[in-house]
Design a protein around this ligand. Structure first.
Ligand code: GLC
Length: 463
């Protein structure tokens, strides 16, 4: 097992840190690969989730003293002293927050889970934390706990629920050193300038561990603990965190940002790995250029490229965690809602080619490494091909046509005999003409693509 996993990892170009089960074995958190697979079965099927960045910073919409490029790092990037930021947080007023509406939006988009910021780098818990008064309920005098409301709304509407927790950065606690190579690079040096005197373990014991315990104890099932920024957490601390999570909620899935190669899955950020992997991974991505609400950012990604991203990711065996940044008063911005609705419409017709699907049985259609061009790291550059993608279900092969050809579409040979082929967009399921040989399959398509972004052909094998 060990050798084959290692080989696979060595061959993989994914932005994953090494394997989960290997690291967990060596750290004493024992779980067989089969047990892990079982625990993650729903997540592998789900493919698509909603990420939410929402906090006191959302109120500013990215603007502070005339500058408009701030975001969830507002306290840090605008160099706001803790006292002033705390006063600002008191003005947070989510008067239009409707947790059921958020969950309905996610559901109509075809998303199967939701991950919300329970504490970002500003250190403000977005829930009723007894561990720290630096929590939004106390600061802003909220009557209802947003995390509880969302957890309940998710359960009611059948979505899995998880929380983001900034592990190695916290600008309220005096003991959070950052930066392995550049000490202090993401620390609050305005209020706590003595970087050398900071002891991570004091913060870990005083705030991070007890807050994660609160989250896992008081909110029903937390299906995913989505950590960010492990920064200077030690292997022993990552292990302690993971063991605590396992002891409270053994089914909880934990991302690898718990640090030190522990956790269940890798989290490439704003990027899709070039090749497929059978190891679990999830690309998280923004809808424009910011995670938190930024009112000046109008660079919204077109719905078509978001749909193609989802297809690309599913064909490579990954999940897509797509982010929204609601406004301070609790509204998911209209440009986000429009794009999500378009993805939802596409999934309504083509969802069977995404959910619970296996990755491409081919691979060459994804692209190839250039013999001449190099990437930023000096390695051969991967040239992505955007003609089509593939996913599988037992007895079926789906081809997502990204570039509609004028000639019949040619795909590589498949072992099984194809019984029939049709477009998912065709409610009549009229058979497409196919020619199958041991060299490949040729599929004759109508002149017009049923969908300009990705049209899906279903090839059914004979039983
Ligand atoms: C980036 C951002 C951070 C955000 C995270 C999500 O690292 O700096 O604020 O929460 O992405 O993965």
């Amino acid at each position: 097992m060990k050798t084959s996993l290692r080989t696979l990892l060595a061959a993989s170009t994914l932005l994953l840190s090494p394997s989960v089960s290997l690291a967990q074995e060596s750290s004493g958190i024992v779980e067989t690969p089969e047990q892990q697979k079982e625990r993650m079965a729903w997540w592998k099927e789900a493919k698509f989730g909603m990420f939410i960045h929402w906090g006191a910073y959302s109120k500013a919409g990215g603007e502070w003293n005339g500058e408009t490029d701030h975001h969830e790092w507002l306290q840090f990037t605008a160099k706001i002293p803790l006292k002033e930021y705390t006063e600002f947080a008191k003005t947070f007023d989510p008067k239009n927050f409707d947790p059921d509406a958020w969950v309905t939006t996610a559901k109509n988009t075809g998303m199967k889970y939701m991950i919300i910021t329970s504490k970002h780098h500003d250190g403000i818990a977005m829930y009723d934390s007894k561990v720290s008064d630096h929590n939004i309920m106390k600061l802003a005098g909220l009557e209802k706990d947003p995390i509880r409301q969302l957890a309940e709304a998710c359960r009611k509407q059948g979505l899995k629920f998880g929380v983001y927790y900034s592990l190695g950065r916290d600008w309220q606690d005096p003991d959070v050193p950052t930066g392995k190579y550049k000490p202090g690079w993401r620390s609050n040096l305005i209020d706590f300038p003595d970087e050398k005197g900071k002891v991570f373990n004091r913060y870990f014991k005083r705030k991070a561990m007890p807050q994660v315990r609160e989250l896992l104890t008081n909110y029903g099932p937390i299906d995913v603990m989505w950590f960010d920024t492990p920064e200077l957490i030690s292997p022993a601390e990552s292990k302690e965190m993971l063991e605590m999570i396992r002891s409270i909620q053994p089914d909880c899935i934990v991302n690898q940002r718990v640090g030190n190669d522990l956790g269940d899955y890798g989290t490439p950020e704003q990027t899709i790995p070039p090749e497929a992997s059978s190891l679990p991974w999830e690309t998280c991505m923004t809808l424009n250029g910011h995670w938190a609400w930024n009112k000046a950012d109008e660079k919204w990604k077109p719905a078509g490229s978001l749909i193609r991203n989802l297809v690309d990711i599913a064909s490579k065996g990954g999940n897509y965690l797509l982010n929204v940044g609601p406004t301070g008063d609790g509204i998911i911005p209209e440009p986000s809602v429009e794009r999500l609705a378009a993805i939802g419409d596409w999934l309504e017709i083509n969802g069977e080619s995404i959910y619970n699907c296996g990755p491409t049985p081919f691979g060459a259609e994804l692209g190839s490494f250039s013999k001449t061009e190099k990437d930023k790291k000096g390695k051969p550059k991967f040239i992505t091909t955007k003609e089509w993608r593939a996913t599988t279900q037992p007895g079926k092969l789906y081809i997502h046509v990204l570039t509609w050809p004028s000639d019949p579409l040619e795909i590589p040979a498949v072992d099984q005999k194809i019984a029939r082929a049709y477009l998912l967009a065709d409610s009549e399921q009229s058979s497409l003409e196919i020619a199958q040989t041991d060299k490949g399959v040729s599929i004759t398509l109508p002149d017009q693509a049923p969908n300009p972004n990705a049209s899906v052909i279903c090839l059914e094998f004979t039983k």
